[in-house]
Write a protein that binds this ligand. Structure first.
Ligand code: ADP
Ligand code: ZN
Ligand code: ZN
Length: 821
């Protein structure tokens, strides 16, 4: 090897690969000038010339090509430490290629917002800086910077203004390394301040005299049996614990120390929990999965009925993983609030958990991100985007409620975090656990073909029975008038009984508003949105008709647009009407509503859940918001007003979604001591989806559903890509859709035998043909052969013969689309 300190030899020019933050599909090579060479590392942002512009990019690795073509130089390095580990780069590259998304934008999606150092950095002069300012060997630019900072701290923008010239980041970083200046990040929102709680621990036995008072003895016994406990926890058992503990502390019998804890959105501390004994089924599940840790990539589907204790299994596996020094990712569905699962992870693992979800402020997210990068946390828990948590070496990935549609991002990079969990698991050779009471058809199919292992929990904890479900045939009440038609006598009777027993009822209808189908009594015209191809919904409280797709609003007093009649009939019901019906039918009950209309203000959801928990609500009316994750022991009755709403959507997954929604909402009943009951009203009591949901029997559902998917070659028997074309001009949009379709068919014809398995459907007008004044078309491309499918879509969208789209028309690619509306 050449001696390192040989100054006579020019160091070899270093080339790196950069993904620019622009909608371009390639990455580019740049050279690193000597003065930046010890700073530029993969995972950092760099400033590069691109065409005639200067843009930001991510340094994603060395470039091993050594060809001598003229390569441009990096202008600046924007970070002092990497924002993500190098081990994530292959993952980003996989995503860019699979989802056909520009690599720079993939990385951008993965990183939390608010990382822009130019906005957040504050510079202060440091100890050595004062000497450097006086020294004659300090350069003029450095000197002017130090002089400016000696008058007080400044942001980078203020500094540039003061000295009248741009300040390169590379220079700042060098000055920092020499301790000439300090860099602080100031972001709005700030850090999550650690909260502490007083913990009590038993001291050594020599300090105990025989004559311990009965109450002190009781405290000793509790601590002996359960280990250290917080003062509030002790107070719950023994109301005078605080005073007793003080006395015992003086006597040297107990020690008191502060422990950092987190708080839940109710403001209550998340106290350390005690580990329960596992049930037989849980033990078997843990024994099946724990040995797989560190043994290479494996995916296990954990199918466990609602309330079977899946979370405790996750907690045990996580404990096993971190004791092997592994890092753990836990994904939970987005529910607009801290989930039960997140709370339990924080209770068990405290400060080893970092949280990443949309409820955090920008500053908090950034802080949590840094804690992961610096490996201060070993567990990251959060919604969809948590799949990008910047751990170097993940050993275990858990996806709770893996069927949940909130794992699919529907804008920008349209990824599915559940699928990416499996991909990231493969990259890290990790164990991946997908858990659900209602597994997706996709995941269960993977079990049946041997791709995933299966672990099951078939019984609820304490053997609470699953709720008893009765279906009520709505077609029999078709001739009823008024409330009776949708709130049938059977449902009313069950609600009455529930209230009389002092329990709570949950009434579910997956549609907001008062009337979802206003129609002119005179001419029969439906009131439609002027921007979308959809019926307006009357919102009584807001006193307006609203469009649920674009937000268009029209006064509730509006007349029929086609005949001018003011006689508008309000057909079709939403949660607002159900709430009104409840108030009328049960005037003594306290009724509340949980849907996007009532929950859009921050804090509203917290207040409502608190009221529910403390039994200040008797009847809760809600949309699918109530079906997710909440655990309310007082709810013994779930009423489903109309189970059919989602069943007949023109989307091949509508059966699957209906099954999952109904089974999940039914699973909310009877989580406490009292058994639960469900009244499920439907026009299709004999539909297999309804029947299967009734028994939480996903196998039965799957067996029927899978034969239909197979017959029509739908996923999981094929992969799909949706190409969506939208534009304001109906004619031009249709033409563009047609052109892309024709182009695709031509490419298919030329693709040879490999292309023969690719099927192209459409272009057709989307089922929702117009949203927010944009006309929508879609082209579905599918094939059992993923590689062939992706090759064609690549060629169609990015190849030399792809159709150039103008500015007026948007074309987006959705790989493995979820909603086909
Ligand atoms: P799931 O996620 O399968 O719906 P949970 O994990 O929420 O079920 O468990 C249901 C309830 O049972 C929770 O209140 C949980 O604290 C409790 N639980 C779980 N495992 C045990 C156990 N081994 N012993 C006692 N209680 C348990
Ligand atoms: Zn009319
Ligand atoms: Zn609209």
């Amino acid at each position: 090897m050449a001696p390192i300190d040989d100054n006579s030899v020019d160091p070899p020019r270093q080339h790196v690969t950069v993904a620019v933050v622009l909608p371009v599909y390639e990455t580019f090579s740049y050279s690193v000038p000597a003065h930046l060479s010890d700073q530029a590392r993969p995972g950092m942002r760099v400033l590069v010339p691109f065409g005639r512009r200067t843009v930001t990019g991510y340094l994603i690795g060395p470039d091993r090509q050594t060809d001598s073509r003229e390569i441009k130089q990096i202008l600046d390095v924007l970070d002092d430490s990497p924002l993500f580990p190098e081990t994530m780069i292959p993952f980003f590259q996989w995503i860019a290629s699979y989802y056909m998304h520009p690599p720079g934008l993939v990385v951008n999606t993965a990183l939390p917002a608010g990382l822009n150092m130019t906005d957040i950095a504050v510079l202060t002069i440091d100890e050595n800086g004062i000497q450097a300012l006086a020294s004659s060997s300090t350069g003029p630019v450095e000197k002017s910077i130090l002089a400016a900072l000696s008058e007080g701290p400044a942001s980078i923008k203020q500094l540039q203004k003061k000295i009248g010239r741009p300040v390169p980041w590379a220079l700042i970083h060098r000055m920092r390394q020499r301790k000439w200046l300090l860099l602080d990040r100031r972001i709005e929102g700030g850090r999550i301040r650690p909260k502490t709680i007083r913990m009590v621990a038993l001291e050594k036995s020599e300090n105990f005299s025989r004559r311990l008072s009965r109450q002190r003895r009781a405290i000793c016994d509790i601590l002996k049996a359960e280990g250290d406990l917080s003062v509030p926890a002790l107070k719950k058992r023994i109301p005078t614990a605080a005073t007793l503990v003080r006395g015992m502390q003086k006597a040297g019998q107990v020690a008191v120390y502060e422990k950092t804890i987190s708080r839940d959105p109710f403001g209550d501390p998340i106290e350390p929990d005690t580990t329960p004994r596992l049930t037989g089924e849980q033990t078997r599940a843990v024994r099946q999965m724990a040995p797989l840790l560190g043994r290479g990539f494996k995916t296990v589907l954990l199918a466990g009925v609602t309330g079977s204790g899946k979370t405790e299994v996750y907690l045990r596996l996580t404990r096993a993983a971190i004791s092997k020094k592994m890092q753990v990712l836990v994904l939970v569905p987005e529910i607009g609030l801290i989930s039960q699962t997140e709370r339990r992870f924080r209770a068990r693992f405290g400060e080893r958990v970092a949280v990443l979800h949309s409820g955090l402020s920008r500053g908090e997210r950034y802080d949590q991100w840094l804690r992961i990068v610096k490996e201060e946390a070993a567990i990251a828990i959060g919604a969809r985007s948590c799949i990008f948590a910047p751990f170097t070496d993940v050993g275990l990935i858990i996806v709770d409620e893996e069927h949940d549609s909130s794992y699919k991002q529907e804008t920008g990079l349209r990824y599915n975090a559940r699928d990416l969990a499996v991909v990231r698991g493969r990259h890290h050779k990790a164990l991946v656990i997908l858990g659900s009471a209602t597994p997706s058809v996709q995941s269960w199919h993977n079990v049946t073909i041997g791709k995933y292992d299966l672990a099951t929990l078939s019984k609820r904890i304490n053997r609470q029975p699953l709720p008893e479900i009765r279906t009520v045939d709505l077609s029999l009440s078709r001739d009823e008038r008024g409330i009776q038609r949708y709130i049938t006598p059977q449902l009313q009777k069950e609600i009455r009984n529930t209230l009389d027993e002092g329990n709570q009822a949950l009434i579910f209808l997956n549609r907001r508003g008062f009337s979802a189908f206003p129609i002119c009594a005179h001419c029969g015209q439906a009131l439609r949105c002027k921007n979308c191809d959809i019926s307006l919904t009357l919102h009584k409280k807001a006193n307006a008709f609203r469009c649920h797709y674009c937000g268009f609003t029209k006064a509730a007093t509006s007349a029929c647009p086609s005949c001018g009649s003011e006689d508008i009939k309000l057909l079709g019901m939403g949660t607002e009407k159900v709430q009104e019906a409840m108030v009328q039918l049960f005037p003594d009950a306290r009724v509340a509503r949980m849907d996007r209309d009532t929950m859009n203000r921050k804090g509203a959801i917290v207040r409502l859940l608190k009221d529910l928990k403390h039994r200040r609500i008797d009847i809760l009316v809600g949309t699918q918001m109530v079906a997710k994750g909440h655990d309310f022991p007082g709810i013994t009755l779930v009423g489903v007003v109309c189970a059919d709403l989602t069943l007949n959507f023109p989307d091949f997954r509508s059966g699957e979604r209906t099954f999952q929604l109904l089974a999940q909402v039914a699973g909310r009943a009877g989580r406490g001591e009292h058994p639960g009951k469900v009244v499920l009203q439907t026009f299709n009591p004999d539909h297999f989806t309804i029947g299967a949901a009734k028994n939480q029997d996903f196998k039965k559902f799957f067996d029927q559903e899978i034969s239909f998917r197979k017959a029509l070659a739908y996923p999981p028997f094929s992969r799909m890509v949706a190409v969506r074309i939208s534009g304001k001009d109906p004619q031009k949009t249709a033409e563009m859709a047609g052109k892309i379709g024709t182009n695709g068919r031509r490419m298919l014809a030329n693709a040879g035998p490999g292309g023969s398995r690719v099927k192209l459907m459409g272009p057709i007008e989307a089922p929702l043909a117009r949203i927010a004044n944009r006309h929508r078309w879609q082209l579905l491309i599918s094939s059992p052969d993923v590689a062939g499918l992706h090759r064609l879509v690549h060629e169609l969208m990015q190849g030399p013969n792809s159709v150039a789209t103008g500015r007026d028309i948007r074309v987006s690619v959705d790989v493995d689309p979820f909603f086909l509306m």
